[in-house]
Write a protein that binds this ligand. Structure first.
Ligand SMILES: Nc1ncnc2c1ncn2[C@@H]1O[C@H](COP(=O)(O)OP(=O)(O)O)[C@@H](O)[C@H]1O
Ligand SMILES: N[C@@H](CCOP(=O)(O)O)C(=O)O
Length: 347
């Protein structure tokens, strides 16, 4: 890629997200008010590549284009569109307040912002649907990336791809490993489908974040390949009710608390998250006025409580159970559901 004739500056913002919301494993996602921000300068001359980083992960996240998830996603989008490298004089500052490996969609935000970065650097003008296809080539479950890209409370599914189409689709890992090769395969069209659901404005998300990481890949590896009909129906019934119940004002704690129960992922992940069964069974709307429901945020270990009041009391109760189970350090954030999704704004 050549340097532009005039310098360009833009800012990309991608929100964090909480996925699953109990029964909606790999289906539901909500974007929340904590944003990964990229400040990008494409210069006509000067220093070659410079990436700086502040916030969560500053000590661990690699800052070379071939290793960093954000730039790898951008390089993939560029390569799939016939552009084999980044512009020669590029400066990126990343500010990341999203804790890594905690179930708040840090990788989803990194992937979405990287795909937007590739789109902007290559001046590709991809549609939102096509951007989602690119995100899904990298992060194969749609819940976090769909919510981070479009914003709000989102339900999504993936197309079933025919064996012929699937033959040309590399695994996410091999795709990222082959970055930055030229002419990587484009994603099939229309892999991801989503709908935005109603959200009652008075509901806030309390994220109780223990001070240990759990990689999503590890938390997915403990899940079984097959489920009983009973457990699948259990989740379907609750999922259908939950998608509407969270949009009703005033929200019903009785309906929502029960509709946030799950038999597909949380029971299997309890071995990875000390105190999880006790948190889910003892922190109830009967004991905590304003609580609507409580579940694992994404793959964990963060706990998500949906509530209309008493946020601090609810969060402290979860922290106390973590402490009793040996998780001494944790913090919490009271977050808003944000509707605007990811943005790229020229400065
Ligand atoms: N801002 C970022 N920049 C680069 N890589 C990131 C960033 N955020 C997350 N990642 C990558 O994603 C990994 C965490 O992803 P994952 O295990 O799915 O947890 P999470 O629930 O936070 O998405 C990190 O270890 C890191 O490799
Ligand atoms: N549906 C996924 C969601 C993972 O979310 P993350 O924020 O933990 O990456 C899962 O439960 O595995």
């Amino acid at each position: 890629m050549k340097a532009p004739t005039t310098p360009k500056r833009f800012r990309i913002k991608s929100p964090c997200s909480t996925a699953n919301i109990g029964p909606g494993f790999d289906v539901l996602g909500i974007s929340l008010s904590l944003y990964l921000v990229l400040d990008v300068e494409v210069m006509t001359a000067g220093k070659t590549f410079e990436m700086t980083y502040s916030g969560e992960g500053a000590k661990d996240v690699p800052l070379t284009p071939e290793q960093n998830l954000i730039t790898k996603a951008a390089l993939y989008v560029l390569s799939a569109n016939g552009i084999s490298n980044l512009p020669p004089f590029l400066k990126i500052h990343v500010h990341n307040p999203i804790p890594l490996g905690r179930g708040l969609g840090s990788s989803g935000a990194a992937v979405v912002s990287g795909v937007l970065l590739g789109n902007a650097l290559g001046e590709l003008k991809l549609s939102q649907e096509r951007l989602l296809d690119y995100c899904l080539m990298i992060e194969r479950h749609p819940d976090n990336v769909a919510a981070a890209l479009v914003g709000g409370f989102v339900a999504s599914y993936l197309s079933e791809l025919s064996p012929e189409v699937l033959k040309g689709v590399p695994t996410s890992e091999s795709l990222l490993e082959s970055v930055p090769s030229p002419n990587l395969p484009q994603p099939p069209h229309g892999i991801g489908h989503y709908v935005r659901l109603g959200w009652a404005k008075e509901i806030k998300a309390v994220a109780i974040v223990p001070q240990f990481k759990l990689a999503t890949a590890k938390a997915r590896s403990v899940l079984p390949d097959q489920y009983s009909r009973h457990d699948v129906i259990f989740n379907f019934q609750r999922l259908a009710v939950l998608t509407t119940a969270l949009g009703q004002s005033p929200p019903s704690p009785g309906l929502i608390f029960n509709a946030m129960q799950d038999k597909i992922h949380q029971p299997y992940r309890k071995t990875l998250i000390p105190g999880l069964p006790e948190i889910l069974s003892t922190i109830t709307p009967e004991k905590y006025d304003g609580l609507l429901g409580i579940c694992l945020s994404g793959a964990g270990p963060t706990i998500l409580a949906l509530a209309t009041k008493n946020f601090d009391e609810i969060a402290k109760a979860a922290q106390e159970v973590f402490k009793q189970h040996g998780v001494k350090e944790s913090f919490y954030k009271v977050l808003d559901v944000v509707e605007d999704g990811s943005t790229c704004v020229y400065l």
